[in-house]
Design a protein around this ligand. Structure first.
Ligand SMILES: CC(C)(COP(=O)(O)OP(=O)(O)OC[C@H]1O[C@@H](n2cnc3c(N)ncnc32)[C@H](O)[C@@H]1OP(=O)(O)O)[C@@H](O)C(=O)NCCC(=O)NCCS
Length: 148
């Protein structure tokens, strides 16, 4: 896992141009064009690293996903997304665990939380596997949290 580079545009477009990948992520346009990919990489390279870090998840030299945090004071939110070709192998859990380890080493926090759609069962399972627990739910979304 590493920070984004300008050369990550093609890899990013390749996995993000996929309606099934974006099924639970309505903010990701489909089709995901070259311009979308360029903007995505540019944002990940320029957002403030101390509050909005986004890691590129790299496998065999290619970017296959992201783990990101939104850090607000002593509380952080985690998000992640992985290319469909690599689902079901434990990689999102491994990447999230590594990113959380980094987060704990770099920041003094009291809580990590995440939200996802109620029927995003794979994502919910990842949150459970990294040690988070369900704290609230609405008709269509769930919130998980972990004290740090
Ligand atoms: C959600 C996502 C990150 C999971 O990535 P992954 O690498 O497949 O995750 P892992 O293999 O580490 O773990 C997935 C777990 O969910 C389980 N799972 C996956 N799909 C499931 C389903 N439909 N029903 C029940 N469990 C499911 C897997 O069995 C696994 O649990 P296990 O290890 O106990 O068997 C990936 O599917 C993804 O990027 N989706 C698109 C983006 C997204 O939805 N991101 C989350 C936004 S909040």
């Amino acid at each position: 896992m590493r920070r984004f580079r300008a050369s990550d545009v093609d890899d990013s477009r390749a996995y993000r141009d996929d309606p099934e990948f974006a099924r639970f992520l309505p903010h990701i346009p489909q089709p995901f064009t070259q311009a979308h990919a360029e903007a995505f990489v540019r944002i990940n390279m320029t957002e403030p690293w101390d509050t909005l870090p986004t890691f590129a998840v790299v496998l065999d030299g290619r970017v296959i996903g992201t783990v990101n945090f939104e850090i607000a004071g002593e509380v952080a939110m985690i998000g992640y997304a992985l290319a469909r070709a690599h689902w079901g192998r434990g990689l999102a859990t491994e990447a999230a665990r590594a990113a959380i380890e980094w987060l704990l080493a770099e920041h003094d926090l009291v809580e990590l939380w995440a939200a996802t759609q109620i029927d995003n069962l794979g994502s919910r399972r990842v949150l459970e596997k990294v040690g988070m627990t369900l704290v609230s739910e609405t008709a269509d979304s769930v919130r998980y949290s972990m004290r740090l």
